[in-house]
Design a protein around this ligand. Structure first.
Ligand SMILES: [Mn+2]
Length: 425
């Protein structure tokens, strides 16, 4: 759980980044209609949530800064008995004023009028450039007169790079549940069943253990399906001797986990599968080991490509000299994606990889990222030894950068061939 004091600190930090004579607006996520009067499950917008900790919709957080004073204002939905009967309780402005350490709470109805007041004589406006909320249209006549517009979401994304202890704690809680789900998947009798049946087992564990949802659509891909990177149909029948790539992680109290394991349908890897799997695993362990403060993600990427390329040569998947193959990017055919990404409130956290001056952002204590090398060989690829065709493997863990190195937060999720085979029976 993250306490109000921490949200307050984040708001102070954001305020400190603003120039004088400016206004910043963060809007809650809008409630998305599925059809007619049914809606998709509501989830708060991550930057708004990061600064407010407030989960209701139709809310706004506004920062006003002049040379003489600062003001932080929260807009909430008005209490409404009839609407609350249908859509759930609202906190209302009185309770919000007690719970949130902001200068003032108003009701949403006052947003346009108050904003016009705040924006008077200001010259800088911070807001999320990607936001399409009608409330921004309502103040456009004023905001478009302001000299400078700044993408506020980019500033918060940078703040979100470093996780606090309580944020790491929530990621760990998400991983605890995700571990149970992946271990269940290893134990689950897959033969003759469909991918979606295994997906159901995994997502059942998420729900049963109090995860708010999956952090992204689960991928359960057997055999050649694993070679489609974002395969989510999950509708094939498991075949004996195939591998299943499972990329699934839950979200717990707004924080994501993102784990991939590749396991055998039968519970036992074939010799060819072992060769490929251990090659990818060795690369993953090597890359994780490189993570420490001031190391660079680009160096990890480069090393991963080099090691995977050399591994592919060793197994006869690529032929030739590794230097030349790397230069030609021949390995990209079998490993086309990045080595990892930031993770936190979003599974692909929106935080930047480079500073404004294009310099790369080094790892620092408190950052959390995934490490996920893979290899994907299409069933019809005649250039590759037949025994490797139709296999897709990815191994993904979630890593915290510590003061002198790193901590693999998902270390307890079975990963070696021995561990996976032991759990599969
Ligand atoms: Mn990932």
């Amino acid at each position: 759980m993250i306490l109000e004091a921490q949200y307050q600190q984040r708001r102070e930090n954001f305020l400190a980044r603003m120039s004088h004579n400016s206004v910043a607006v963060f809007l809650s996520a809008s409630n998305k209609t599925r059809s007619n009067d049914t809606h998709y499950p509501y989830r708060q917008e991550s930057n708004f949530y990061y600064l407010s900790g407030f989960k209701e919709d139709n809310a706004a957080l506004v920062f006003v800064k002049t040379k003489e004073s600062t003001q932080i204002v929260l807009f909430v939905q008005k209490k409404d008995e009839t609407l609350e009967l249908w859509n759930g309780k609202r906190l209302g402005e009185k309770e919000a004023q007690k719970l949130f350490r902001v200068d003032k709470v108003y009701v949403g109805e006052d947003f346009t009028e108050k904003l016009k007041e705040f924006l008077k004589d200001k010259n800088k406006f911070y807001y999320d450039f990607a936001c399409e909320d009608a409330r921004l249209q309502g103040i456009k006549s004023v905001t478009q007169k302001l000299k400078t517009h700044v993408n506020a979401s980019a500033l918060v994304a940078e703040m979100r790079l470093i996780k606090s202890d309580s944020e790491v704690e929530l990621i760990k809680q998400a991983l605890k549940i995700t571990k149970i789900a992946h271990h269940k998947a290893m134990k689950f009798e897959k033969q003759g069943k469909h991918e979606y049946e295994l997906q159901a087992e995994i997502e059942y564990i998420f729900k049963k253990n109090g995860a708010s949802s999956d952090a992204y659509t689960s991928i359960v891909a057997c055999g050649n399906s694993a070679n489609t990177l974002h395969y989510i149909e999950n509708d094939k029948v498991f075949e004996e001797n195939e591998l299943v790539l499972i990329d699934a992680g839950c979200e717990f109290d707004y924080y994501a986990s993102d784990i991939t394991r590749t396991i055998p349908v039968s519970g036992k890897f074939t010799e060819a599968q072992k060769e490929l799997y251990n090659m990818v695993l060795d690369v993953q362990l090597h890359i994780i080991d490189m993570i420490k403060p001031h190391a660079m993600k680009s160096a990890l990427q480069e090393k991963a490509e080099e090691l995977l390329c050399r591994g592919m040569i060793k197994l006869g998947i690529l032929k030739g000299n590794s230097k030349e193959l790397l230069k030609e990017k021949a390995h990209k055919k079998y490993y086309p994606h990045g080595i990892g990404h930031w993770m936190g409130l979003d599974v692909h956290d929106s935080s930047p990889y480079r500073y404004d001056d294009n310099k790369e952002i080094p790892f620092l204590k408190g950052m959390v990222l995934t490490i996920e090398p893979g290899i994907y060989i299409d069933k019809d690829d005649k250039n590759v030894p037949a025994k490797y065709r139709g296999i897709g493997i990815r191994i993904e863990d979630n890593i915290l950068v510590t003061s002198n190195g790193h901590k693999n937060l998902s270390k307890k999720i079975a990963k070696s061939i021995e561990e996976i085979e032991a759990l599969s029976r």
